[in-house]
Design a protein around this ligand. Structure first.
Ligand SMILES: Cc1cc2nc3c(=O)[nH]c(=O)nc-3n(C[C@H](O)[C@H](O)[C@H](O)COP(=O)(O)OP(=O)(O)OC[C@H]3O[C@@H](n4cnc5c(N)ncnc54)[C@H](O)[C@@H]3O)c2cc1C
Length: 425
């Protein structure tokens, strides 16, 4: 049986910053012959972690097929630094090669277009249909079409860069091309959205770049929420350190955009920007909708938190940003990585006919750069509560930085390297 002790031994790996192969020899041996086939859709923070840990914890006795549309992993964490000119795309790009060659994951680079939960098959655009015993969906987010009038189809002109990749490059280029004295306007949707501190970090690193390269420019933070959503006191202080450059405007719900003039149409105001970066309202990745999973608020998947199986859809596990979040649980890469480990452990037990761990604990740390070196963090621990049937924040665990500091700048970069290794090395 895969025990709570075994899980905790490895679940903390990314947080502890240790991802050496020594962990392998300590991992649980779950048995002898092949027990089944798990298909995973999405090779991001949740899916790649699940793929590796299923193979590692089963000593290769579970077959794992990972289907991911992109040929390489590109990380959203640290991608704000690419926009701010502090990192390059290659710094946030990691190969899937080790998952294949070292861990024996079968990787299919393709788009999953349909899921048949009755027949237990997924259909891909180019590689036909693949059967599964258990399916893991970790598709991240997709944007709600037409939530912002005028935005659909104009993403090149008004990029979101909320999925790292080509959009990150587009936004960086627009920022570079902006004249000194220009306005960079960033719109933040109402919660819940992917990465609560991410937009405020983006405002800071963009301002950090502009302060050096184009000091007469302005960063306008148009927040649909009533206040800063994460590390509020620390970001307020950071924004003050860019006095005259960053302006924070809460309760700025976006009604529409005019792509030709890059104008944001708010309820009572129209704001013309030189670079307009709109993070649209989002929901679970489209494949969760196509799979017919019941959604909360038409947006997020509800799961059994012990197995991460979608409620009412046996055999389909859903992870990461696609979930309806438990109280105070962020939509973060670190959390998706933790979900991946809970799901992998539960699947191995279920293949054995055993109950999943009844008391899983997960944790999160999110670092945010406020300039090129100084960083702040927020951390939390979430323990499954059997009465509430969901993870609840552990009072007194976690917390936030006292102040932005350079040491956490080093920790943030080490965190990224470690979690990428934890998933993919
Ligand atoms: C700017 C920014 C900064 C961030 N900073 C941090 C941070 O510092 N720390 C942190 O913990 N988190 C951070 N995050 C949040 C983090 O990126 C997400 O929470 C995390 O990526 C969620 O993991 P996931 O597995 O749910 O989705 P993803 O990592 O997005 O993975 C989903 C994968 O599924 C694939 N996919 C989807 N549908 C299909 C399909 N039909 N067929 C094939 N493939 C498919 C996608 O291509 C993608 O690779 C940040 C996010 C942003 C945007």
């Amino acid at each position: 049986m895969f025990t709570r002790r075994d899980f905790l031994k490895t679940a903390g790996v990314a947080a502890a910053g240790s991802t050496t192969l020594a962990g392998l020899s300590a991992c649980a041996t779950v048995g002898g012959t092949s027990r089944g086939h798990v298909v995973i859709v999405g090779g991001g923070y949740g899916g790649a972690t699940t793929a590796k840990y299923l193979r590692m914890w089963s000593n290769g006795t579970v077959d794992v097929t990972l289907i991911e549309r992109n040929p390489t992993f590109v990380s959203c964490p640290i991608s704000n630094l690419v926009i701010g000119g502090l990192k390059q795309m290659e710094d946030i790009t990691v190969s899937y090669d080790n998952l294949k060659s070292k861990w024996g994951v079968k990787l299919i680079t393709d788009e999953v277009t349909a899921v048949d939960t009755a027949k237990r098959t997924v259909t891909t655009a180019k590689n036909g249909t693949v059967g599964y015993d258990r399916l893991v969906l970790s598709p991240g987010i997709d944007f709600i079409p037409n939530a912002v009038a005028g935005l659909d189809g104009n993403e090149e002109r008004i990029p979101h860069a909320w999925k790292a990749g080509p959009q990150t490059v587009v936004l960086r280029k627009q920022l570079q091309d902006m004249a000194d004295g220009g306005v960079f306007a960033l719109h933040i949707p109402k919660v819940p959205y992917r990465c609560p501190p991410g937009p405020y970090e983006r405002a800071c690193v963009v301002a950090n770049y502009l302060r050096q390269a184009k000091p007469k420019s302005k960063v306008l933070v148009l927040d649909a929420n009533g206040e800063i959503q994460s590390k509020k006191a620390l970001f307020t202080k950071a924004f003050e350190s860019y006095k005259g450059m960053i302006e924070y405007v809460p309760n700025s719900e976006l009604r529409g955009v005019d792509a030709a003039s890059r104008t944001a149409e708010l309820e009572f105001d129209k704001i013309k920007a030189d670079v307009l970066n709109v993070i649209p309202p989002m929901r679970a990745g489209n494949i969760a909708l196509k799979a017919g999973l019941p959604l909360i608020n038409d947006r997020w998947v509800d799961v059994d938190w012990l197995t991460l199986e979608a409620k009412g859809v046996p055999g389909v596990h859903v992870l990461g940003d696609a979930l309806f979040p438990a109280p105070t649980m962020p939509k973060s890469g670190h959390m998706a990585n933790q979900h991946g480990k809970v799901a992998a452990a539960a699947i191995l037990n279920l293949f054995e006919g055993l109950a999943p761990n009844p008391t899983p604990v997960v944790m999160n740390t999110c670092y945010s750069f406020v300039d090129s070196k100084n960083v702040i963090h927020v951390a939390s621990v979430h323990q499954y509560d059997a009465e509430k049937k969901q993870p609840m924040p552990v009072q007194g665990a976690g917390g936030v930085s006292m102040a932005a500091n350079e040491l956490e700048g080093k920790a943030a970069l080490a965190w990224a390297k470690n979690i990428w290794a934890d998933m993919l090395a």
